[in-house]
Design a protein around this ligand. Structure first.
Ligand code: GAL
Length: 415
Protein backbone atom coordinates (compact mmCIF):
# COMPACT_ATOMS: atom_id res chain seq x y z
CA UNK A 1 0.00 0.00 0.00
CA UNK A 2 1.21 3.50 -0.77
CA UNK A 3 2.30 5.63 2.15
CA UNK A 4 0.11 8.61 1.17
CA UNK A 5 -2.97 6.38 1.31
CA UNK A 6 -1.88 5.14 4.72
CA UNK A 7 -1.36 8.71 5.81
CA UNK A 8 -4.89 9.86 4.93
CA UNK A 9 -6.43 7.00 6.88
CA UNK A 10 -4.08 7.50 9.79
CA UNK A 11 -4.60 11.26 10.11
CA UNK A 12 -8.34 10.74 10.25
CA UNK A 13 -8.08 8.25 13.06
CA UNK A 14 -5.03 9.56 14.93
CA UNK A 15 -6.99 12.21 16.75
CA UNK A 16 -8.85 9.39 18.48
CA UNK A 17 -5.53 7.85 19.41
CA UNK A 18 -4.85 4.44 20.82
CA UNK A 19 -7.59 2.99 22.94
CA UNK A 20 -5.04 1.64 25.40
CA UNK A 21 -3.05 4.78 26.17
CA UNK A 22 -4.34 7.73 28.17
CA UNK A 23 -3.04 11.11 29.28
CA UNK A 24 -1.16 9.46 32.16
CA UNK A 25 0.40 6.64 30.21
CA UNK A 26 2.65 5.88 27.28
CA UNK A 27 2.23 2.88 25.06
CA UNK A 28 5.65 1.96 23.71
CA UNK A 29 6.34 -0.35 20.77
CA UNK A 30 9.74 -2.10 20.87
CA UNK A 31 11.40 -5.42 20.03
CA UNK A 32 13.44 -5.87 23.18
CA UNK A 33 12.30 -9.27 24.36
CA UNK A 34 15.51 -11.22 25.06
CA UNK A 35 16.87 -11.42 28.64
CA UNK A 36 19.29 -8.49 28.30
CA UNK A 37 16.94 -6.42 26.17
CA UNK A 38 14.11 -7.03 28.65
CA UNK A 39 16.33 -5.86 31.52
CA UNK A 40 17.17 -2.68 29.59
CA UNK A 41 13.57 -1.83 28.70
CA UNK A 42 12.76 -2.49 32.38
CA UNK A 43 15.10 0.39 33.28
CA UNK A 44 13.08 2.72 31.04
CA UNK A 45 9.77 1.48 32.35
CA UNK A 46 10.86 2.00 35.95
CA UNK A 47 12.22 5.46 35.19
CA UNK A 48 8.95 6.58 33.61
CA UNK A 49 6.89 5.07 36.40
CA UNK A 50 8.95 7.08 38.90
CA UNK A 51 7.74 10.15 37.00
CA UNK A 52 4.12 9.10 37.35
CA UNK A 53 3.81 7.74 33.82
CA UNK A 54 2.16 4.36 33.41
CA UNK A 55 3.86 2.00 30.95
CA UNK A 56 1.82 0.09 28.39
CA UNK A 57 4.00 -2.49 26.71
CA UNK A 58 3.79 -3.23 23.01
CA UNK A 59 6.62 -5.72 22.58
CA UNK A 60 6.98 -7.47 19.23
CA UNK A 61 9.73 -10.07 19.42
CA UNK A 62 12.21 -10.59 16.61
CA UNK A 63 15.82 -9.39 16.66
CA UNK A 64 16.64 -6.45 14.44
CA UNK A 65 13.03 -5.24 14.60
CA UNK A 66 11.69 -6.50 11.27
CA UNK A 67 8.53 -7.98 12.79
CA UNK A 68 8.06 -4.96 15.04
CA UNK A 69 8.14 -2.61 12.06
CA UNK A 70 5.52 -4.69 10.26
CA UNK A 71 3.27 -4.59 13.33
CA UNK A 72 3.82 -0.86 13.69
CA UNK A 73 2.86 -0.23 10.09
CA UNK A 74 -0.38 -2.15 10.62
CA UNK A 75 -1.21 0.01 13.64
CA UNK A 76 -0.37 3.21 11.78
CA UNK A 77 -2.49 2.19 8.79
CA UNK A 78 -5.40 1.61 11.14
CA UNK A 79 -4.87 5.13 12.49
CA UNK A 80 -4.00 3.77 15.89
CA UNK A 81 -0.26 4.17 16.43
CA UNK A 82 1.27 3.75 19.89
CA UNK A 83 2.42 6.82 21.82
CA UNK A 84 6.04 6.04 21.10
CA UNK A 85 8.09 3.47 19.21
CA UNK A 86 11.65 2.21 18.92
CA UNK A 87 13.25 2.98 15.56
CA UNK A 88 16.58 2.47 13.85
CA UNK A 89 18.04 5.56 12.12
CA UNK A 90 16.78 5.21 8.55
CA UNK A 91 13.30 4.33 9.80
CA UNK A 92 13.14 7.61 11.73
CA UNK A 93 13.76 9.45 8.47
CA UNK A 94 11.11 7.38 6.65
CA UNK A 95 8.39 7.91 9.25
CA UNK A 96 9.24 11.62 9.65
CA UNK A 97 9.05 12.01 5.90
CA UNK A 98 5.50 10.64 6.06
CA UNK A 99 4.68 13.22 8.75
CA UNK A 100 3.87 10.68 11.46
CA UNK A 101 6.32 11.95 14.06
CA UNK A 102 5.89 14.60 16.69
CA UNK A 103 8.22 17.60 16.92
CA UNK A 104 10.43 17.40 20.03
CA UNK A 105 12.41 20.58 19.35
CA UNK A 106 10.84 22.36 22.33
CA UNK A 107 12.47 20.00 24.84
CA UNK A 108 15.61 19.58 22.70
CA UNK A 109 16.26 23.32 22.72
CA UNK A 110 15.56 23.65 26.43
CA UNK A 111 18.03 20.84 27.20
CA UNK A 112 20.53 21.75 24.48
CA UNK A 113 20.58 18.31 22.84
CA UNK A 114 22.74 19.74 20.05
CA UNK A 115 25.62 19.86 22.51
CA UNK A 116 25.36 16.30 23.80
CA UNK A 117 24.20 14.29 20.76
CA UNK A 118 27.04 13.47 18.33
CA UNK A 119 26.50 14.87 14.80
CA UNK A 120 26.38 11.33 13.30
CA UNK A 121 23.24 10.68 15.40
CA UNK A 122 21.73 14.14 14.91
CA UNK A 123 21.58 13.25 11.23
CA UNK A 124 18.85 10.73 12.11
CA UNK A 125 17.31 12.40 15.18
CA UNK A 126 16.55 15.61 13.25
CA UNK A 127 14.30 15.98 10.26
CA UNK A 128 14.30 19.27 8.36
CA UNK A 129 16.05 20.92 11.29
CA UNK A 130 13.58 19.71 13.92
CA UNK A 131 14.16 16.98 16.48
CA UNK A 132 11.79 14.06 15.86
CA UNK A 133 13.57 11.28 17.78
CA UNK A 134 15.69 10.70 20.89
CA UNK A 135 18.77 8.44 20.70
CA UNK A 136 19.15 6.08 23.63
CA UNK A 137 22.38 4.21 22.81
CA UNK A 138 25.23 3.51 20.43
CA UNK A 139 25.61 -0.16 19.52
CA UNK A 140 28.54 -1.60 17.61
CA UNK A 141 27.41 -4.58 15.52
CA UNK A 142 30.86 -5.89 14.49
CA UNK A 143 32.15 -7.86 17.47
CA UNK A 144 33.43 -11.40 17.86
CA UNK A 145 32.40 -13.12 21.12
CA UNK A 146 34.38 -16.11 22.35
CA UNK A 147 33.89 -18.68 25.08
CA UNK A 148 36.97 -18.10 27.28
CA UNK A 149 37.16 -21.66 28.58
CA UNK A 150 37.16 -23.20 25.10
CA UNK A 151 39.85 -20.78 23.97
CA UNK A 152 42.01 -21.41 27.07
CA UNK A 153 41.60 -25.18 27.10
CA UNK A 154 42.60 -25.38 23.44
CA UNK A 155 45.44 -22.85 23.60
CA UNK A 156 43.74 -20.54 21.11
CA UNK A 157 44.23 -16.81 20.69
CA UNK A 158 41.46 -14.43 19.59
CA UNK A 159 41.68 -14.14 15.79
CA UNK A 160 42.40 -10.66 14.46
CA UNK A 161 42.18 -11.37 10.70
CA UNK A 162 39.77 -13.51 8.69
CA UNK A 163 42.62 -15.93 7.85
CA UNK A 164 43.29 -16.36 11.56
CA UNK A 165 39.56 -16.79 12.16
CA UNK A 166 39.39 -19.60 9.59
CA UNK A 167 42.48 -21.32 11.05
CA UNK A 168 40.98 -21.11 14.55
CA UNK A 169 37.60 -22.39 13.36
CA UNK A 170 39.27 -25.29 11.49
CA UNK A 171 41.17 -26.31 14.64
CA UNK A 172 37.97 -26.25 16.70
CA UNK A 173 36.08 -28.21 14.09
CA UNK A 174 38.81 -30.86 13.98
CA UNK A 175 38.39 -31.28 17.75
CA UNK A 176 34.65 -31.72 17.41
CA UNK A 177 33.82 -28.28 18.86
CA UNK A 178 31.25 -26.17 17.03
CA UNK A 179 33.20 -23.10 15.91
CA UNK A 180 30.38 -20.62 15.28
CA UNK A 181 26.97 -20.06 16.85
CA UNK A 182 24.61 -18.37 14.46
CA UNK A 183 20.93 -18.03 13.96
CA UNK A 184 19.26 -18.01 10.59
CA UNK A 185 17.58 -14.65 10.08
CA UNK A 186 18.46 -12.10 7.40
CA UNK A 187 19.62 -9.52 9.97
CA UNK A 188 22.00 -12.04 11.56
CA UNK A 189 23.51 -13.06 8.24
CA UNK A 190 23.84 -9.40 7.25
CA UNK A 191 25.51 -8.59 10.58
CA UNK A 192 28.21 -11.15 9.75
CA UNK A 193 28.38 -10.01 6.11
CA UNK A 194 29.03 -6.35 6.92
CA UNK A 195 31.78 -7.38 9.37
CA UNK A 196 33.39 -9.39 6.56
CA UNK A 197 33.02 -6.48 4.08
CA UNK A 198 34.70 -4.10 6.53
CA UNK A 199 37.28 -6.66 7.65
CA UNK A 200 38.41 -7.73 4.20
CA UNK A 201 37.84 -4.50 2.28
CA UNK A 202 38.60 -1.83 4.88
CA UNK A 203 36.64 1.36 5.59
CA UNK A 204 36.86 2.88 2.11
CA UNK A 205 35.52 -0.29 0.54
CA UNK A 206 32.68 -0.40 3.08
CA UNK A 207 31.82 3.22 2.25
CA UNK A 208 31.76 2.52 -1.49
CA UNK A 209 30.04 -0.86 -1.43
CA UNK A 210 27.52 -0.23 1.33
CA UNK A 211 27.01 3.47 2.00
CA UNK A 212 27.32 4.56 -1.64
CA UNK A 213 25.93 1.31 -3.13
CA UNK A 214 28.50 1.57 -5.89
CA UNK A 215 27.80 -1.18 -8.49
CA UNK A 216 31.49 -1.53 -9.48
CA UNK A 217 32.37 -2.43 -5.87
CA UNK A 218 29.69 -5.13 -5.91
CA UNK A 219 31.41 -6.90 -8.78
CA UNK A 220 34.95 -6.38 -7.47
CA UNK A 221 37.46 -9.07 -6.55
CA UNK A 222 37.09 -7.97 -2.90
CA UNK A 223 33.35 -8.66 -2.96
CA UNK A 224 34.04 -12.11 -4.40
CA UNK A 225 36.30 -12.77 -1.42
CA UNK A 226 33.57 -11.50 0.92
CA UNK A 227 31.15 -14.13 -0.37
CA UNK A 228 33.89 -16.79 -0.26
CA UNK A 229 34.32 -15.96 3.43
CA UNK A 230 30.55 -16.12 3.98
CA UNK A 231 30.60 -19.63 2.47
CA UNK A 232 33.39 -20.52 4.93
CA UNK A 233 31.24 -19.23 7.81
CA UNK A 234 28.37 -21.42 6.62
CA UNK A 235 30.67 -24.40 7.08
CA UNK A 236 31.33 -23.44 10.71
CA UNK A 237 27.70 -23.34 11.91
CA UNK A 238 25.54 -26.28 12.99
CA UNK A 239 22.74 -27.84 10.99
CA UNK A 240 19.98 -26.37 13.15
CA UNK A 241 20.83 -22.72 12.67
CA UNK A 242 17.82 -21.84 10.48
CA UNK A 243 15.33 -19.59 12.27
CA UNK A 244 17.31 -19.57 15.53
CA UNK A 245 17.16 -16.28 17.46
CA UNK A 246 20.40 -14.38 18.02
CA UNK A 247 20.11 -14.68 21.81
CA UNK A 248 19.85 -18.48 21.61
CA UNK A 249 23.09 -18.45 19.62
CA UNK A 250 24.56 -16.29 22.40
CA UNK A 251 23.53 -18.76 25.04
CA UNK A 252 25.30 -21.53 23.05
CA UNK A 253 28.53 -19.53 23.47
CA UNK A 254 27.84 -18.81 27.15
CA UNK A 255 27.24 -22.53 27.82
CA UNK A 256 30.20 -23.67 25.77
CA UNK A 257 28.10 -25.43 23.12
CA UNK A 258 29.82 -23.24 20.52
CA UNK A 259 33.09 -21.31 20.59
CA UNK A 260 32.27 -17.99 18.89
CA UNK A 261 29.53 -15.65 17.73
CA UNK A 262 29.68 -12.70 15.34
CA UNK A 263 27.13 -10.25 16.67
CA UNK A 264 26.59 -6.75 18.04
CA UNK A 265 27.19 -5.76 21.63
CA UNK A 266 23.59 -6.45 22.67
CA UNK A 267 25.22 -9.86 23.33
CA UNK A 268 26.70 -8.24 26.43
CA UNK A 269 23.18 -7.61 27.72
CA UNK A 270 22.61 -11.40 27.66
CA UNK A 271 25.86 -12.06 29.51
CA UNK A 272 25.00 -9.52 32.18
CA UNK A 273 21.45 -10.86 32.51
CA UNK A 274 22.99 -14.34 32.97
CA UNK A 275 25.13 -12.85 35.81
CA UNK A 276 28.32 -13.05 33.79
CA UNK A 277 31.02 -10.43 33.25
CA UNK A 278 31.73 -9.42 29.65
CA UNK A 279 35.41 -9.97 28.94
CA UNK A 280 35.63 -12.80 31.53
CA UNK A 281 33.57 -15.93 30.72
CA UNK A 282 32.93 -14.61 27.23
CA UNK A 283 35.70 -12.60 25.62
CA UNK A 284 35.08 -9.71 23.25
CA UNK A 285 37.22 -8.57 20.37
CA UNK A 286 36.28 -6.43 17.43
CA UNK A 287 35.43 -8.58 14.35
CA UNK A 288 38.53 -9.72 12.41
CA UNK A 289 40.15 -6.98 10.34
CA UNK A 290 37.76 -4.24 11.48
CA UNK A 291 40.10 -2.59 13.98
CA UNK A 292 40.23 1.20 13.56
CA UNK A 293 36.73 1.49 12.11
CA UNK A 294 33.39 1.79 13.86
CA UNK A 295 30.07 0.70 12.41
CA UNK A 296 27.18 1.83 14.55
CA UNK A 297 23.50 1.41 15.10
CA UNK A 298 21.44 3.48 17.47
CA UNK A 299 18.00 2.86 18.90
CA UNK A 300 15.82 5.94 18.86
CA UNK A 301 12.47 6.60 20.47
CA UNK A 302 10.14 8.74 18.42
CA UNK A 303 6.68 9.99 19.37
CA UNK A 304 3.64 9.67 17.16
CA UNK A 305 1.32 12.56 16.46
CA UNK A 306 -1.45 11.43 18.78
CA UNK A 307 -4.08 13.32 20.78
CA UNK A 308 -2.94 16.60 22.40
CA UNK A 309 -3.60 15.24 25.90
CA UNK A 310 -0.68 12.87 25.49
CA UNK A 311 1.85 15.43 24.29
CA UNK A 312 3.00 16.30 27.81
CA UNK A 313 3.77 12.61 28.51
CA UNK A 314 5.67 12.37 25.23
CA UNK A 315 7.85 15.36 26.06
CA UNK A 316 8.50 13.98 29.55
CA UNK A 317 9.48 10.62 28.06
CA UNK A 318 11.81 12.30 25.53
CA UNK A 319 13.50 14.24 28.31
CA UNK A 320 13.76 11.11 30.49
CA UNK A 321 15.49 9.14 27.70
CA UNK A 322 18.06 11.92 27.29
CA UNK A 323 18.78 12.15 31.00
CA UNK A 324 22.51 11.32 31.55
CA UNK A 325 21.94 9.12 34.61
CA UNK A 326 19.24 7.20 32.78
CA UNK A 327 21.54 6.71 29.78
CA UNK A 328 24.24 5.33 32.06
CA UNK A 329 21.92 2.84 33.81
CA UNK A 330 20.14 1.82 30.63
CA UNK A 331 23.30 1.20 28.61
CA UNK A 332 24.97 -0.73 31.43
CA UNK A 333 22.12 -3.23 31.05
CA UNK A 334 21.84 -3.07 27.25
CA UNK A 335 25.49 -3.66 26.32
CA UNK A 336 25.74 -0.47 24.29
CA UNK A 337 27.38 2.83 25.17
CA UNK A 338 25.42 6.03 25.86
CA UNK A 339 24.22 8.11 22.91
CA UNK A 340 25.16 11.25 24.82
CA UNK A 341 28.83 12.06 24.53
CA UNK A 342 29.02 13.48 28.09
CA UNK A 343 28.23 10.37 30.17
CA UNK A 344 31.17 9.04 32.25
CA UNK A 345 32.33 5.56 31.23
CA UNK A 346 33.91 4.45 34.54
CA UNK A 347 31.12 2.02 35.45
CA UNK A 348 31.28 0.25 32.07
CA UNK A 349 33.08 -3.07 31.50
CA UNK A 350 36.23 -3.47 29.40
CA UNK A 351 34.31 -4.07 26.14
CA UNK A 352 32.18 -0.94 26.72
CA UNK A 353 35.21 1.18 27.49
CA UNK A 354 36.89 -0.14 24.35
CA UNK A 355 33.81 0.73 22.31
CA UNK A 356 33.83 4.33 23.56
CA UNK A 357 37.59 4.72 22.96
CA UNK A 358 37.37 3.11 19.50
CA UNK A 359 34.48 5.39 18.56
CA UNK A 360 36.55 8.42 19.48
CA UNK A 361 39.56 7.22 17.46
CA UNK A 362 37.43 6.18 14.45
CA UNK A 363 35.64 9.54 14.53
CA UNK A 364 38.99 11.34 14.38
CA UNK A 365 40.07 9.09 11.46
CA UNK A 366 36.74 9.57 9.69
CA UNK A 367 36.05 5.84 9.77
CA UNK A 368 32.61 5.80 11.38
CA UNK A 369 29.81 4.36 9.25
CA UNK A 370 26.22 3.27 9.74
CA UNK A 371 25.39 -0.44 9.90
CA UNK A 372 23.51 -1.86 6.92
CA UNK A 373 22.06 -4.81 8.84
CA UNK A 374 20.74 -2.44 11.51
CA UNK A 375 19.16 0.30 9.47
CA UNK A 376 21.78 3.03 9.39
CA UNK A 377 23.28 2.71 5.92
CA UNK A 378 20.46 2.50 3.38
CA UNK A 379 16.71 3.16 3.27
CA UNK A 380 14.48 0.11 3.76
CA UNK A 381 14.02 -0.89 0.09
CA UNK A 382 17.74 -0.77 -0.67
CA UNK A 383 18.59 -2.54 2.59
CA UNK A 384 16.15 -5.29 1.61
CA UNK A 385 17.89 -5.67 -1.79
CA UNK A 386 21.22 -6.38 -0.06
CA UNK A 387 19.76 -8.63 2.61
CA UNK A 388 17.86 -10.77 0.11
CA UNK A 389 21.06 -11.63 -1.76
CA UNK A 390 23.12 -12.15 1.40
CA UNK A 391 20.51 -14.53 2.83
CA UNK A 392 19.94 -16.35 -0.42
CA UNK A 393 23.66 -16.95 -0.81
CA UNK A 394 24.11 -18.10 2.79
CA UNK A 395 21.21 -20.52 2.62
CA UNK A 396 21.98 -22.17 -0.72
CA UNK A 397 24.96 -23.34 -2.72
CA UNK A 398 25.00 -20.14 -4.80
CA UNK A 399 28.54 -19.36 -5.99
CA UNK A 400 30.35 -16.17 -5.00
CA UNK A 401 30.35 -15.17 -8.67
CA UNK A 402 26.57 -15.51 -8.91
CA UNK A 403 26.18 -13.66 -5.61
CA UNK A 404 28.15 -10.60 -6.72
CA UNK A 405 26.19 -10.51 -10.01
CA UNK A 406 22.91 -10.78 -8.11
CA UNK A 407 23.96 -8.10 -5.67
CA UNK A 408 24.96 -5.65 -8.41
CA UNK A 409 21.65 -6.27 -10.17
CA UNK A 410 19.54 -5.96 -7.02
CA UNK A 411 21.20 -2.72 -5.99
CA UNK A 412 20.70 -1.14 -9.40
CA UNK A 413 17.05 -2.22 -9.41
CA UNK A 414 16.46 -0.79 -5.93
CA UNK A 415 17.81 2.66 -6.81
C1 GAL B 1 19.26 -4.14 16.84
C2 GAL B 1 18.93 -3.15 17.92
C3 GAL B 1 19.53 -3.59 19.19
C4 GAL B 1 19.33 -5.07 19.48
C5 GAL B 1 19.35 -5.96 18.24
C6 GAL B 1 18.80 -7.36 18.43
O1 GAL B 1 18.74 -3.74 15.61
O2 GAL B 1 19.46 -1.88 17.59
O3 GAL B 1 19.06 -2.78 20.24
O4 GAL B 1 18.27 -5.27 20.28
O5 GAL B 1 18.68 -5.39 17.18
O6 GAL B 1 17.42 -7.36 18.66
Amino acid sequence: MKWNVIRIAAVAACTLGSAAASAQSVEVMHWWTSGGEGAAIGVLKKDLESRGIQWIDMAVSGGGGEAAMTALRARAVAGNPPTSAQFLGMAVVDWANEDFLSDLTEVATKENWDRSIPPALQRFAKFKGKYVAVPVNIHRPHWLWMNARIFNDNGLRPPTTWDEFNATADKLKAKGILPLAMGGQPFQEATAWESVVLGLGGPDFYRKAVIEADPASMKSATMLKVFDQMRKLRGYVDRNFAGRDWNLATSMVIKGDAAMQLMGDWVKGELIAAKGTPGKEVLCIVAPGTQGSFLFNTDFFAMFKVGGDRRAMQLTMASAVMNPTFQETFNLAKGSIPARSDVPMDKFDACGKQSAADLKAATAANHVYGSLAHGHAQPAAMQRAYLDVITKHFNSDMSSKDAVEALAKAVVAAR
